[in-house]
Design a protein around this ligand. Structure first.
Ligand SMILES: [Zn+2]
Length: 145
């Protein structure tokens, strides 16, 4: 499932399904639960809350979103606008695995971050190659001048 994101100043009265509303000004992020249950999920941006990454095209939220207090008990990540479902845990498992969950989501996220970093590196390398070409041609042009 792919979500859309919308940067807003204030949250609209009606939250539409499939849209993640982000207010950078107020550090609020609201979307309707990805399972379709209709619950409004609030993931405030703060050092103790969630972290939003925006690469200019897609948004990611970290850590995962665990809607334990809702009937659906959905648990998923939002990575580059994609909803990635995590395993469904019972209450006991939630308590037992809460620490593991944190570790897992962190390592999962850092893995993805690594991927992003390597992509960025590739991109940087490409840029460098272009830059090298430019200097090469600049040099050649200087020779011919
Ligand atoms: Zn739900």
């Amino acid at each position: 499932m792919v979500m859309q994101h919308k940067f807003v100043e204030l949250m609209p009265d009606t939250i539409k399904e499939g849209i993640i509303y982000i207010s950078p000004e107020y550090g609020t992020v609201i979307h309707l639960c990805a399972c379709g249950c209709g619950e409004e999920i609030n993931t405030p941006l703060s050092p103790t809350g969630w972290e939003l990454t925006y690469n200019g095209k897609f948004i990611s939220l970290s850590p995962s979103i665990g809607n334990w207090s809702y009937i659906c008990r959905s648990h998923y990540w939002i990575l580059k606008n994609k909803v990635i479902w995590a395993e469904d845990w019972s209450e006991n498992q939630v308590n037992l695995k809460r620490q593991n969950d944190k570790k897992e989501s962190e390592s999962y996220y850092s893995k993805n971050k690594l991927k992003e970093n390597s992509l960025e590196k590739q991109y940087d390398n490409k840029n460098m190659k272009i830059a090298e070409k430019d200097t090469f041609w600049t040099k050649m042009l200087k020779i011919f001048k």
